[in-house]
Design a protein around this ligand. Structure first.
Ligand code: HEC
Length: 156
């Protein structure tokens, strides 16, 4: 009985520690700037080096990206205006890039998207999104901005 109690306490403690470390970034008010030319240029370089192998040189994603692979996992979706990435608010995009989709969907979500925590700095991740956003038509940018504002309100 005691062992169970201590195990639960230890797991809870570690869990809280992880939340304390991870959460500030999850709730930071994130607004990727998509109107800063040098940020966009550096974000494009980082994108080509780290994301393009799966999401495509032109953000087009992998072929048949909506059809699951033999493994049951999904191919990499496009990040251009034809995909649905632009429906997601900044905080979510940041979290997926840094911690992987499982951080949003649930720990047991199996997928082929690597987490960039420890590989890209937060600023590099923001620059990548500044670049990606800059390629979206104004209407998508505006929609995505509204989603981000709503997300920020929720986190206040
Ligand atoms: C090794 C291949 C690979 C690389 C490299 C990669 N991704 Fe992905 N990414 C994927 C796959 C596969 C998915 C789909 C995961 C799923 O939903 O199951 C995905 C999904 C995503 C999503 C969720 C899109 C949505 O609309 O839900 C975002 C955001 C994303 N990737 C951003 C990035 C960024 C930014 C980079 C570079 C810093 C990157 N990815 C690099 C494979 C990759």
């Amino acid at each position: 009985m005691k062992i169970i109690f201590y195990s639960v306490a230890a797991i809870t403690f570690v869990g809280l520690l992880i939340i304390a470390i991870v959460r500030p970034e999850m709730v930071t008010k994130i607004m990727f700037k998509s109107d800063n030319a040098s940020l966009i240029a550096s974000g494009k370089v980082t994108y080509l080096q780290n994301c393009a192998s799966c999401h495509g040189d032109n953000l087009q994603g992998q072929d048949d990206w909506q059809t699951p692979l033999a493994s049951g996992r999904l191919p990499a979706p496009p990040h251009d205006a034809d995909g649905h990435t632009w429906h997601h608010p900044d905080g979510m995009l940041f979290t997926i890039t840094k911690f992987g989709p499982a951080a949003i969907i649930g720990d047991d979500y199996e997928n082929d998207m690597p987490a960039f925590n420890g590989i890209l700095s937060d600023d590099e991740i923001r620059a990548v999104w500044a670049y990606i956003k800059s390629t979206w038509p104004k209407r998508s940018q505006e929609y995505q901005q509204k989603m981000t504002q709503a997300e920020n309100k929720e986190n206040q």
